[in-house]
Design a binder for this molecule. Sequence first.
Ligand code: MG
Ligand code: ZN
Length: 178
Amino acid sequence: MIEAVFIDRDGTLGGNGHFIHPKNFELYPFSKTALELLKNNRIKIYAFTNQHRISKGEVSLNDFLVEFESYGFDKSYICPHPMDSDCNCRKPSPGLLIKAAEENNLNLKNCAVIGDVGSDMIAADKVGSIKIIVKTGWGEGSLGLYRDQWQDVTPDYIANNLLDAVNWILSFNEMRAL
Ligand SMILES: [Mg+2]
Ligand SMILES: [Zn+2]
């Protein structure tokens, strides 16, 4: 059973895969429904995102916390460090997932990660979580031109978008509840 889902922001929840300030960020039309479906099924939802512009002072950590709270996320896991940082929390490192598991008493094997790029999938793979890549944002490129950057990882499901991913999770759980 999948008990919690980690969801990437840019290109997965909305936007175009590039940085957009929280005050201008728009969810895809189906994203609200997708998040509500998870909550209604008592699956925890955690934001899982790299936001290096926090380190440049272009946006604050709190701006993102407020944004994710407004979408109904249970908690946000954000790497604020520069792109060239050797921190252990910037995806593809799994540091944020490990931290979340400790804080929320999760078995990461019973968690899913949904994202649009290879680094989302690599982070999930390192801790044995279920991997779902969406075709929105950078998804098509990640599955095509950039597939070699994560060639050792096989996603569990390729979803058209976040709602498709969530429906797959719900049927995954239904199958295991029988
Ligand atoms: Mg993304
Ligand atoms: Zn970091």
